[in-house]
Design a protein around this ligand. Structure first.
Ligand code: ZN
Length: 61
């Protein structure tokens, strides 16, 4: 079954975000381990911590 590709235009979303800086900014959190600003649900770029585990140097290759 086909799915809806787009319910409103990119321009419409961008126009809305232009008036709401908080919507335009990428979400960030402070790392619980090192306090560095990081994206939520991502491995910390500074210390490699995610959910209490250290993933530093482990790029999955
Ligand atoms: Zn960290």
């Amino acid at each position: 079954m086909a799915t809806v590709k787009r319910k409103h235009s990119r321009a419409r979303g961008r126009t809305r975000r232009a008036g709401h800086p908080k919507l335009a900014a990428a979400a960030t959190r402070a790392c619980p381990k090192c306090g560095e600003t990081m994206m939520p649900h991502r491995i910390c770029p500074s210390c490699g911590n995610y959910r209490g585990k250290d993933f530093k140097g482990d790029d999955g290759k």
